[in-house]
Design a protein around this ligand. Sequence first.
Ligand SMILES: [Zn+2]
Length: 488
Amino acid sequence: MKLYNSLTRRKEIFTPRFGNQVSMYTCGPTVYHFAHIGNLRSYIMEDVLEKALRWEGYDVKRVMNITDVGHLSSDADEGEDKMLKGARREHKTVMEIAKFYTDAFFADCAKLNIKTPDVVEPATNCIEDYIDMVTVLLDKGYAYAAGGNIYFDTSRLDKYYVFNDFAQDDLAVGVRDDVEADDNKRNKADFVLWFTKSKFEDQALKWDSPWGVGYPGWHIECSCISKKHLGEYLDLHCGGIDNMFPHHTNEIAQSEAYLGHKWCNYWFHVHHLNTNDGKMSKSKGEFLTVSLLEEKGYDPLVYRLFCLQSHYRKGLVFTWENLDNAAVTYQKLLTRIAALNPDTGAEPDLEAVKPYQAKFQKSLDNDLNTSMAVTNLYDVLKGKGLTDADKLFLLADFDRVLGLNLLQGAEKVRKSAKTAQSGTGEYRITAPADADPALAEEVNALLLRRYEARKAKDWAESDRIRDELSGRGIVLKDAKDGVNWTKV
Ligand SMILES: [Zn+2]
């Protein structure tokens, strides 16, 4: 598989250090609020990457942290503590906030078919590991104490800005209008490893350390949690592109200073999702979450498809119109799959499907070209010489990577189509193909009663049913031999 490596800034053939074993690390969420769909774009694409590697036969071990302490609102150690801010907002304790939003995060992931990593580690579980790493960094001369905090000394490194060649002066690290610059830092780019002088009097979570009671800086958790579960060498590190600096840059600085050797070979960064007004999390004042998508009637997997339709290294523009297009595409795709016969009893021809699998692999191997991989689904549907059994086999196989619930979705369409053809031989009731099966059953039953009332010239009952349906947004359109309905 060829992947773009942010560290070398070119596409490279992905080769794990040890045979087919892949150690993969993902920066997890800071659990002080619901994840917005921009964050979730990264998790969807990382999920596809993990599944693609597994599909190709790699043995992947994936680890993710949960930031439940120490992440300040500016990534450069400045501003408010995010967890504390969440706790204040909701009049809860920090641990209650962490628990609630961790659960909410994984509930969103489940709806988006994002597999939970093999190891999920909350940052507050590993305090001893941070203290050990900071102690070693101090011993090796990579860290210093100042003003009660422990800082990483970036001037000790040959190259600190590993992802780009910015001149140090170009980066306003920690210097924003609304935050005070930290005078304790020897160099502008230095960052906190351990705080004991908290600006927050009511900082809820504090631990004993050799340097006084305090709490870890944000970046140290990923270096330590990765080392704890994946050892000294990491094959693949993932995250949103906004984490590249300073977070990932600092992770590399700490880890390699501590280990004394190169740490991670491949860095995978997912680009931003933006709305038309340039914001990542909001559209016209609405905070974009999976729950909001559901409230508006979208299947969360429509959002997954929307993400897959474009490349992870391109910015993606979110609009409701774009999402509507993805919803139509998804529904059409399911309807086409629903037209295949799952009950032929035939076995797939494993020779006939091979060229299609090879093509799909080529899409994945080309820097995870997911839009091409989605197109490969249509190649299968159009596939000449493929039986329905071959097609269904391939669609299920590709869906192990794409995660669009294609066969389950098609089954639902098939069921609602069956319901839609209820009625009698003389009077056919047709529900929309994408109708919720429970609703379709109910509406069709009412329409059949209306038909029978009309046959019996019971106009009052017939009108009552029509009014009830129209009150529920059901629009009727008479057809030659029956009625078609839609829901507005
Ligand atoms: Zn991280």
